[in-house]
Design a protein around this ligand. Structure first.
Ligand code: MG
Length: 218
């Protein structure tokens, strides 16, 4: 079973569902030719897609174009149903770094046919995830620098201040649709700069001051 750990508090949660936002940074929506959505665009990854720091993304044979997307990950610590945005941060146990690995060619094919994205987003190893820091140690989740490099070369450098939907609104919105449980994780979308990785690459993701993640590609 995959676990989400908060080492500073010795807490560990079995990972439940992973709810992800698409197009939550306007510049990233533009770089893929998408419109900025009126309401959050949601999809999910299964817990089986999670790998940890130092592990390896294995690109499935049905894709020729695997992309990285660095994202701020939010760990839920208390059961949360239909929370108001004013109380939503009370349900957040911690923050971490994730890479939303995406088979862009497969996703584009599915989008063109109006089909769901799971095989492009939820395959084994598609969710590299760091340990979490306690929410109490993150002064402002909307003032965090998100960085991703490939083989030491910087590819993404964004700030969570550019999120379209912010963490309280995201938790509130999702919890009106899916009850959130301790161990559920939310990926809050990626800033601009997404791109391809190939076998042999090394990715380093960082939420500055919060978490780092080194992941290999095969
Ligand atoms: Mg993403």
């Amino acid at each position: 079973m995959k676990t989400a750990r908060i080492p500073a508090s010795s807490q560990a949660f079995p990972i439940g569902k992973i709810v992800c936002l698409a197009r939550n940074y306007a510049e990233h929506a533009r770089e893929l030719g998408n419109e900025t959505p009126a309401a959050p665009v949601l999809f999910m990854k299964p817990a089986s897609s999670v790998i940890g720091d130092g592990e390896t993304v294995r690109i499935p044979g049905y894709s020729q174009e695997c992309h990285y997307e660095v994202e701020l990950a939010v760990l839920i610590g208390r059961e949360c149903r239909a929370a108001g945005a004013d109380r939503a941060l009370e349900y957040v146990a911690g923050y971490g770094a994730a890479i939303d690995m995406t088979l862009r060619d497969v996703q584009n094919g599915l989008k063109a046919k109006g089909l769901p994205w799971e095989i492009a987003k939820g395959f084994d190893t598609a969710c590299p995830l760091s340990d979490f820091v306690p929410a109490s140690e993150v002064v402002d989740p909307h003032n965090l620098r998100l960085l991703l490099s490939v083989n030491g070369e910087k590819r993404q450098d964004g700030c969570s201040s550019d999120m379209i939907n912010r963490v309280p609104e995201i938790v509130a919105y999702i919890s009106r649709i899916f009850t959130l449980y301790p161990g559920d994780v939310i990926l809050t979308g990626t800033p601009a700069g997404v791109g391809r990785v190939v076998a042999g690459d090394v990715m380093e993701a960082e939420i500055e001051g919060v978490a780092r993640l080194t992941v290999y590609v095969q």
